[in-house]
Design a protein around this ligand. Sequence first.
Ligand SMILES: Cc1cc2nc3c(=O)[nH]c(=O)nc-3n(C[C@H](O)[C@H](O)[C@H](O)COP(=O)(O)OP(=O)(O)OC[C@H]3O[C@@H](n4cnc5c(N)ncnc54)[C@H](O)[C@@H]3O)c2cc1C
Length: 457
Amino acid sequence: METAETHHSAHGNESESIGIAIIGGGISGLCLALGLLNTAPHLHIHIYEAADHFAAIGAGVAFGINAQRALWKLDPRLGEAYSKLSTSNVDANTRSRKETYLRVVMGMDHATLPLLTAGTKVSEVFCEGGFSSVHRARLLDAMLDLLPDDFRNTHVTFGARLVSLHDVHHVDGRGRVKLTFADGRIACADAAIGCDGIRSQLRRILLEAEEAQPVFSGKYAYRGLIPMDRAVAALGDWSARNAHHRIGYGGHVLTFPIDKGKTMNVVAFRTKSDGVWPADAEWVTAATKEQMHADFAGWGQDVHAILDMMERSDMWALFDHAPAHTYHRSGQLCLIGDAAHASTPHHGSGAGMAVEDALLISSLLSDVQASSQLHCVFSTFEAMRKERTQRLVQQSRMQCMIYDFEAPEIGDDVEKIAQTLPHRWDWIWDHDVEAELQTARTLLADSTHKSPPSLVT
Ligand SMILES: Cc1cc2nc3c(=O)[nH]c(=O)nc-3n(C[C@H](O)[C@H](O)[C@H](O)COP(=O)(O)OP(=O)(O)OC[C@H]3O[C@@H](n4cnc5c(N)ncnc54)[C@H](O)[C@@H]3O)c2cc1C
């Protein structure tokens, strides 16, 4: 396995050779690699991915407008790939207008208000460009394709599951990390960036066991796909082709189009009454139609029609992270994406935060010339990203409670739900990536006592 020592600087100059190991080749890992190849070609990067290859199956991942902007900024080819692969409810010519992001309707009859029957509209959320999503595995494939051939062949290792990280010191006193993988292979680098998702091994290495552990959110979800022609026949054209939340007591059902409108993606959420997911239980198990119908007993006919049409359904336990007190350690280890701040999916923004993380940290790394500067980069990254990313974790849980009539002071007050929902994404979508990069640049310059580096982004 290649180590940082075996690399040679692309510039052939005298600057220190700095090796960065990217642990995990999911959305954050591949975005980080693309960002670094564009902005920091002098760094020697290597991606270590546990899986042997990316699974060809998978479902839709929604990208809000903030996430799409970050993709374009990270690499315009990535923005183009997203535009090409994504499914939107909006015509390409009207993408700059505010269009329906999602519609919220009653999924069942209200317990006390007879007019609020299943199917009654509760609220509609609008967003620039409407709602768009992409097939996760296709996006990952497109990202891999954007990596130069020689990089992909020699700097991406599949089947490499990180198990441990140890600090080592060179004779010159320079700190390095020694990475050990499940099959016994070893690699060295100046720093490891953990992009290894919610069950991150690097998170476990950085944090105390309790803080590192994923936390069961009290919710689980049935996921499955429906051919769009069947969905249209059962629900009507507009209803099937635009994202919907069917909400009710202790659950909600999300549907949205994927696969260029050929398929409807379904995620049907329920509250687990005892709030417990046993430590030794699988997170994903197969689900039967009988189980789903029983779980949604008392819900409206559209919900049961949807459950009935779902193909190959799985049940997913939904976990997130308690706020980590730090995302990094001594210039040698830093977490981004779900490894740092996994959230439940109710705001549809976890992947978007991962892209924003990758954009910011790759920009900050672009001017690093010595491994001694990595600590300042990682602490600037944390200072810029911790509040926003941990807010998502907390707000995503609240979002689910609102849909499920469980939010404090809102409950099943549908009028309050209608008032609050349309603005709950504002802080996510209105994020100013340029301003964040500029502030981060100033902060980094202050912390390294030098004039602002020229960040190429
Ligand atoms: C049901 C569900 C629906 C969701 N829907 C949305 C949505 O619509 N929109 C949205 O923005 N977000 C959504 N999310 C969240 C989104 O999936 C994550 O935020 C996103 O995938 C995070 O990307 P990541 O690269 O940080 O982590 P991951 O996607 O988890 O990738 C981690 C990678 O690291 C690898 N890895 C793990 N351990 C190791 C190791 N020890 N060594 C080496 N490699 C390792 C894994 O194999 C994987 O490839 C959803 C999540 C769930 C559970």
